[in-house]
Design a protein around this ligand. Structure first.
Ligand code: SAM
Ligand code: SF4
Length: 338
């Protein structure tokens, strides 16, 4: 059965947080190996049959939308390594109640796919770009390819995307010199830019507090070059970034500071892993299985909805990174969907 019209607005948790956003991982595979995400050594990816089909994801999305989810973000792993991901975009944008479909990519395959993604109706692209130096790109990604990412960004602009955001992960001792060039690059092209703090979600467990380059430290570097910045009043409190503008020149930069200034109190996000498990947080230690239900045969949408409701009911107040109470999740970032 697929009639889910009887369901509405049940994704409110114990802390009054209404969930409006679902991050959908379409694969755990990737064409690079960023040290803050994937292991250096050999790894076993999910067998194809364990990964949800686009049809299964679309069904989950219809149920989620009936419960109040309005925004979808397609991620991974690297979503553009999955075959014809624009076909999923095409399905999601057609669902009643969907306000935005976005995609997060490392950009390496974007030049080839930007036009198809735009035609399918993708609203927004977030492209990860931590550095403009090829040698640092290679140290981070354990792979060459910065020029392909830059080509991908240009292709997204050429394809007509107006909502393009660059996400730059900052690592102490590695990316300090990239801060100002990245800001200049974004300003010149009219792109949004957000700096993100390194979180303990790397497969190699090399994360240390000392490697976190805080958003405040990044902003200080920008202010040294461009002058003082002032915080912008947030239009949407569920947005994880705090945006800053310059006091006396145009330009805006966002800072996502999950380690030094957690924003869990306003979180409106749920996640669906590539193999169909709901997570209520990046740092969730439990998952709610949709894939088994989806593949059991004639199950009612209400059973899928009940899993979403259970995940939301059990959502904790927040993560406690960098405190003794912190529990590292068993999965690394590429297995969750960032
Ligand atoms: N492959 C795509 C990409 O890199 O954009 C999408 C998936 S990736 C897991 C999504 C985002 O998570 C990227 O912007 C990446 O920089 C970020 N990320 C990965 N590992 C992280 C970590 N340990 N801490 C903070 N952000 C991380
Ligand atoms: Fe791949 Fe994205 Fe993880 Fe880098 S952050 S290894 S690009 S999934």
């Amino acid at each position: 059965m697929s009639d889910s019209s009887f369901l509405s607005d049940s994704l409110v948790d114990r802390f009054g947080r209404m969930h409006r956003s679902l991050r959908v991982s379409v694969t755990d595979r990737c064409n690079i190996r960023c040290f803050y995400c994937m292991p250096a050594g050999p790894l076993a990816f999910l067998p194809r049959q364990e990964v949800l089909t686009y049809e299964e994801i679309a069904r989950v999305a219809r149920v989620a939308t009936s419960l109040g989810i309005q925004k979808f973000r397609i991620t991974g792993g690297e979503p553009l390594v999955r075959s014809e991901v624009w076909r999923l975009v095409d399905r999601l944008v057609c669902i009643d109640g969907v306000e935005e479909v976005a995609l997060t990519t490392n950009g390496l395959l974007l030049a080839e796919q930007a036009t198809q993604l735009a035609r399918a109706g993708l609203d927004r692209i977030n492209i990860s770009l931590d550095t403009l130096r090829e040698e640092i790109f290679e140290r981070i990604a354990r792979h060459r390819g910065l020029y392909r990412v830059l080509d991908g960004i240009a292709a997204a602009q050429d394809a007509g995307f107006t909502k393009i955001r660059l996400n730059a992960l900052s690592i102490r001792g590695l990316t300090e010199e990239d801060i100002v060039p990245l800001a200049a690059y974004a300003f010149e092209r009219g792109l949004e830019l957000r700096f993100i703090e390194f979180m303990p979600l790397d497969a190699d467990e090399s994360w240390k507090t000392e490697r976190v380059l805080s958003g405040d430290a990044v902003r200080a570097v920008i202010e040294d070059t461009y002058g003082p910045m002032i915080p912008v009043t947030r239009q949407d409190p569920s947005q994880p970034a705090v945006d800053f503008e310059f006091a006396d020149r145009p330009g805006r930069i966002g800072f996502i500071n999950p380690v030094t200034a957690p924003f869990c109190g306003d979180c409106d996000r749920l996640r669906l892993t590539a193999e169909g498990q709901i997570r209520n947080c990046l740092f969730s230690t439990r998952e709610w299985d949709l894939r088994s239900l989806l593949r059991e045969g004639e199950i009612d949408d209400a059973e899928l909805a009940a899993q979403f409701a259970a995940a939301v009911t059990e959502k904790k107040a927040g993560h406690v990174i960098d405190t003794p109470a912190f529990l590292r999740p068993e999965r690394a970032m590429y297995q969750i969907g960032g």
